[in-house]
Design a protein around this ligand. Structure first.
Ligand SMILES: [Zn+2]
Length: 301
């Protein structure tokens, strides 16, 4: 019997991490692009039917909240997330903001023309009025690798302005460490606390010194994308952070899911269980509560 089989044979409660939060996952994504995306490209009932058991599994493993990180113009559907939240009994948080990564494929025309202040105003409105009746709980943005493109810099500045006005944390998909450091400068220049900034996909940066620098500046360093092919590198990142006494600035998640709009049957929907069944058992047990329970609540209050 392999270790994996042994773990699979254990009753779920033994693997559960009660009260844990998955800070970066997806239920649905539509990669068609901001020019082409429109309502009606998917059947919400089909997405609901396929997503529900995956979310129920996460709940059984102790997850109480999942941050759905699909931005507007990439398939964000707050109404559908609310329906799933109510059906499963697991909090699903949605977001405001715009995503500049992937060379601006998901940036709508209005965002190219408007100023950072104007964009921030749109997002503040979503915070105040809700998105289809659902209040966004964080700002999601995204930038390519550094040096930052002007449009990416504008999106980050808009996020910082919105965060300053609303208190919402910023989760930014970031191409590399050079881009991350530039983002920190923009956020700091807007007098928004760096503790509200989450460097998403920090695992893409291979230089731990940049992880350390961002964490020491006060930002959150998120090693997401945890899965069967990448767990060793994520462990290495966490061991480094622990060796520098910086685990209290680290976050982990899987960036898993999702119903892929446009693929037959939604494509290959990866569930949310791996981090519980395979990754957490490899961690120092003392770290688990910090990474899965305490840090997510501090980063995303
Ligand atoms: Zn993601």
């Amino acid at each position: 019997m392999t270790r994996r089989d042994l773990l699979a044979a254990l009753p779920l409660p033994l693997l559960a991490r009660e009260g844990s939060i998955l800070v970066h996952e997806h239920v649905m994504v539509d990669f068609v692009g901001a020019e082409t995306i429109r309502p009606g490209r998917y059947d919400p009932n089909e997405v609901f039917r396929l997503a529900r058991p995956k979310l129920e599994e996460a709940k059984k493993l102790g997850c109480v909240r999942l941050l759905e990180c699909t931005p507007n113009f990439l398939g964000r559907d707050a109404r559908l997330m609310k329906r799933l939240e109510d059906a499963v009994g697991l909090e699903i948080w949605t977001n405001t903001g715009l995503y500049g990564a992937a060379d601006h494929k998901f940036v709508p025309a209005f965002a190219r023309a408007e100023s950072a202040e104007q964009l921030a105003r749109r997002w503040i409105q979503e915070f105040e009025k809700g998105i289809d009746g659902v209040k966004p709980r964080f700002i999601k943005t995204g930038v390519n690798k550094g040096p930052l493109h002007e449009l990416d810099g504008k999106l980050v500045r808009a996020a910082a302005i919105c965060s300053r006005a609303t208190g919402l944390p910023i989760a930014s998909h970031t191409g590399d460490g050079a881009a991350a450091l530039e983002e920190l400068e923009i956020v700091a220049a807007e007098k928004t606390p760096l503790s509200r900034f989450v460097w998403v996909h920090a695992q893409s940066e291979k230089d731990h010194a940049i992880h350390e620098k961002a964490a020491r500046a006060g930002a959150w360093v998120e090693f997401d994308g945890i899965g069967p092919d990448s767990a060793d590198w994520h462990l290495d990142c966490l061991r480094f952070m622990a060796s520098r006494n910086l685990l209290d600035r680290a976050l982990i998640s899987q960036d898993a899911g999702w119903y892929n709009v446009g693929s037959p049957g939604g494509g290959n929907y990866r569930g949310y269980g791996y981090i519980y069944t395979d990754f957490l058992p490899r961690l120092d047990p003392a770290w688990t509560a910090a990474l899965m329970i305490e840090n997510p609540r501090r980063a995303f209050p």
